[in-house]
Ligand binder design. Structure first.
Ligand code: FAD
Ligand code: NAD
Length: 475
């Protein structure tokens, strides 16, 4: 007799594994299928995020930042280091160990919650049957009351710069480099290009980033993008905007990149070239032709606001559906879907998803940019507070950047918060909460913030919206 579960999840990335645990918390019988295999040959839960994305990149960002600060900043604090060296192998060992701990942790969480973790390939058939092919066995048909597709995404390959895993590489290869390239080219000044470009630049690589668009960080508030661009330039990141890559050729020495910008045809020689021009949903062999699943015109699984596909009892969440490709977006969709399956009322607030770029300075925002508010026609007011005027930022020697708040001029509602500066990725949570609760600027102004803290910059920016900042002249 075939096994049956209340819920079968295909994919154990941050969307799928969270959905599986939440469904089990509702008392459902749950299986979660995943086939992720790491470069050491071992299978692991956690998907892109834990194995080759969020976590390993943040591990390397931290190591490279500490190395950079030790070489450039410690002296100011009176710390004599007598020469700082980077042991790349040790840095990579630490990265791999963090990944191992966290992915192993999911197996533990599954066990504790009663989720059956199945290692292998999952494919949705019609009538909510799932074909599970274990990595070392024969296919088995599993029945499910509900199926959640959480198959994630993979890097987009440029036809003119095909990955070879050696010289023309994707983000995963870049996270696992065993030596600092003398020169590193990056195609795409998006989140991956900036984060991984920063890692290797801090470790000594000469990094050149080629971005097709003329606007830097087009999705961010313009003031924030401008300030960040100036900082990256100071750090030596060479970001070329309006640069269209026509051809990349790997050769004995490295890669020759031919591109075009407003001045005409250009050439760049680099040791390695990272292509980070976005990711696309993974749907290959995920469902049978007669399973009833539809893709939209960009290849994402077609779902409604509640992540329901057109097939009753089949949902899709995370990077394989519309919306920003962010781990926390996928996880929250997983919680929502599991709650809906359990018969609860649940919904996602897609308007207040935080975005964070983990560079130095960090960049983080939630809600609308000033351009979006202007475009909406709603009257608005803005306030800014620079970290230069923050005692805590000064003590940390991290004074670059500011907090900017955009509020409606009619009812004082906070519409968008944009931060470029130290720990922006942590500070943004207060703003997310404010927007989630439709807070007014006055709510933020009257909220007591600890002194001295970076969060005071959020408080002061809220005060500045009404020209009431106390620790910086109002304009
Ligand atoms: P995934 O994490 O891709 O997981 C999908 C899983 O499904 C995979 O394990 C895959 O093997 C498995 N799978 C697919 N099809 C099948 C099948 N048919 N059968 C069995 N298994 C299958 N986001 C952030 O929010 N913050 C960050 O700091 C961040 N940093 C990133 C850094 C990098 C370098 C990259 C590449 C991405 C980063 N992201 C970050 C994005 C984040 O990793 C993704 O948004 C997130 O992993 C999406 O989660 P998911 O569960 O939808 O898919
Ligand atoms: P992205 O969409 O963030 O950036 C891709 C960039 O490449 C864009 O600026 C685009 O204009 C540019 N581009 C596209 N085609 C090009 C071409 N032919 N030549 C030059 N430039 C070109 O994509 P990404 O950086 O690859 O990241 C993929 C996804 O992973 C993103 O959706 C992101 O949300 C997620 N991610 C998130 C984090 C984080 O939250 N901190 C970190 C890394 C990745």
């Amino acid at each position: 007799m075939s096994r049956s579960f209340d819920v079968v999840v295909i994919g154990a990335g941050p969307a799928g594994y969270i959905a599986a645990i939440r469904a089990a918390q509702h008392g459902k019988t749950v299986a979660c299928i995943d086939r992720w295999q790491n470069r050491d040959g071992k299978y692991a839960f956690g998907g892109t995020c834990l194995n080759a994305g969020c976590i390993p990149s943040k591990a390397l960002l931290e190591s490279s930042e500490l190395y950079h600060r030790a070489g450039h900043e410690f002296k100011k604090h009176g710390i004599k280091t007598g020469g700082v060296e980077m042991d790349v192998a040790a840095m990579q060992k630490r990265r791999a160990s963090i990944v191992r701990q966290l992915t192993g942790g999911i197996a533990g969480l599954f066990k504790a919650a009663g989720v059956e973790g199945l290692v292998g390939h999952g494919k949705l058939l019609k009538d909510r049957k799932v074909e599970f092919t274990p990595v070392d066995g024969e296919p088995e048909i599993i029945s499910a009351e509900n199926v959640i597709l959480a198959s994630g995404s993979e890097p987009i390959e440029l036809p003119v710069a095909k990955f070879d895993g050696e010289k023309i590489i994707d983000s995963w290869d870049t996270l696992e480099l065993d030596a600092v390239p003398g020169t590193l080219g990056v195609v795409g000044a998006g989140v991956i290009g900036l984060e991984l470009g920063s890692v290797w630049s801090r470790l000594g690589s000469k990094v050149t980033i080629l971005e097709a668009l003329e606007d830097f960080l087009f999705m961010a508030d313009r003031d924030v993008a401008k300030a960040a661009a100036a900082d990256f330039k100071k750090q030596g990141l060479d970001i070329k905007l309006g640069a269209m890559v026509n051809k990349a050729t790997a050769n004995k020495k490295g890669v020759t990149v031919e591109y075009e910008d407003k001045n005409g045809a250009q050439m760049l020689e680099v040791d390695k070239l990272v292509v980070a021009v976005g990711r696309r949903p993974v749907t290959d062999n995920l469902f049978a032709d007669d399973a009833g699943i539809q893709l939209d015109d960009r290849g994402f699984i077609d779902v409604d606001d509640d992540c329901r596909t057109r097939v009753k009892g089949v949902f899709a969440i995370g990077d394989c559906v519309r919306g920003p490709m962010l781990a926390h977006k996928g996880s929250e969709e997983g919680v929502m879907v599991a709650d809906l399956i359990a018969g609860e009322i649940a919904e996602m607030n897609y308007d207040v998803i935080p975005s964070v770029v983990y560079t130095n300075p960090e960049i983080a925002w939630t809600g609308k940019t000033e351009a979006e508010v202007k475009e909406s026609g709603r009257p608005y007011k803005t306030g800014q507070f620079p970290f230069m005027a923050s005692g805590r930022a000064k003590a940390m020697e991290q004074t670059s950047g500011f907090v900017k708040i955009i509020s409606s001029a009619d009812d004082d509602e906070v519409l968008g918060v944009h931060i470029v500066g130290p720990m922006a990725g942590e500070l943004i949570s207060e703003a997310v909460l404010a927007l989630e609760f439709s807070a007014s600027t006055e709510d933020l102004q009257r909220t007591i913030h600890a002194h001295p803290s970076l969060a005071e910059a959020v408080h002061e920016a809220a005060l500045a919206v009404d020209k009431k900042a106390l620790n910086f002249p109002n304009r």
